[in-house]
Ligand binder design. Structure first.
Ligand code: ZN
Length: 198
C-alpha cells in the first residue's frame, strides 16, 4: 500500500469508478496507475473492447459470425505461438482447446501452465500474427493448421491435429515426450533468436 501511494492521490478511500460510480477496491487502485480509474467490471469491459478493436473475438461461438476467424493457441503469456488454424476447421470445444494449450505449456514450462491461452481473432488469409517473442515463429493464417517448425519437427503435429478435429481428447504426453518437446523448442528458439537479432 505504501508503494502505491506514490502514484495515487491521497483520497483513495473515497475514490469511485469514473465510469459507473462504484467504490474502488485496493486491486482497482493497483490498476489505476496504468490507465483510467475503473472498477473491476468496467476495466474488464474496457479490455474486451480494446481486444475487439484489434480483431479479437470473445469465443468459439463468435467465430461463426466471421469466416476469417482463427483460433490461436499460445503460451508464455503470449510469447510463443503453439498453433493457429481456421476456426471453421475446429471440431472440438473450447474446454478441449484450453486443455491442449495447457498441455503444451506444461511440456515447455513444467509445473506452470498459467501462461497458456486460447484466443480467437479475425485474420486475413496468409497474413501473419507477429505479436510473439523474438526467436519464436510468427503464426500464419493458412487454410489449414499452422504449427511452429519445432512442434512439427518434434513429431506432435498429427496429435494436435487429431485433437482439433475432435478425434482425440488430450495430448497425454509422457514425461520423456515432454522433455523432448522442451529440448527441441529450446534449441530451435535459441538458434532462431540469434538469426533474428542479426
Ligand atoms: Zn465501473
Amino acid at each position: 500500500m505504501r508503494k502505491l501511494s506514490r502514484f495515487l492521490p491521497v483520497n483513495r478511500k473515497q475514490a469511485v469508478c469514473e465510469r459507473c460510480g462504484v467504490r474502488l477496491t485496493d486491486l482497482d487502485w493497483g490498476f489505476a496507475r496504468y490507465g483510467g480509474r475503473l472498477c473491476t467490471d468496467c476495466r474488464e469491459k474496457e479490455r474486451e473492447k480494446q481486444l475487439r478493436a484489434r480483431g479479437y473475438l470473445r469465443g468459439l461461438e463468435d467465430t461463426r459470425l466471421y469466416p476469417d476467424s482463427y483460433v490461436i493457441i499460445d503460451g508464455d503469456n503470449g510469447a510463443i505461438c503453439y498453433a493457429m488454424c481456421p476456426a471453421s476447421s475446429v471440431k472440438c470445444d473450447e474446454t478441449i482447446l484450453g486443455l491442449l494449450a495447457r498441455d503444451l505449456e506444461e511440456a515447455i514450462f513444467p509445473g506452470d501452465s498459467s501462461g497458456a491461452r486460447v484466443s480467437y481473432k479475425r485474420v486475413t488469409r496468409d497474413h501473419r500474427v507477429d505479436s510473439f517473442a523474438v526467436g519464436e515463429d510468427t503464426g500464419i493464417a493458412t487454410e489449414k493448421l499452422w504449427l511452429p517448425k519445432w512442434l512439427s519437427e518434434a513429431g506432435f503435429g498429427k496429435k494436435v491435429q487429431q485433437i482439433l478435429e475432435g478425434e482425440l481428447e488430450r495430448l497425454n504426453l509422457t514425461l520423456s515426450e515432454q522433455t523432448t518437446l522442451q529440448l527441441v523448442h529450446k534449441e530451435y528458439q535459441s538458434k532462431k533468436f540469434e538469426e533474428d537479432i542479426k
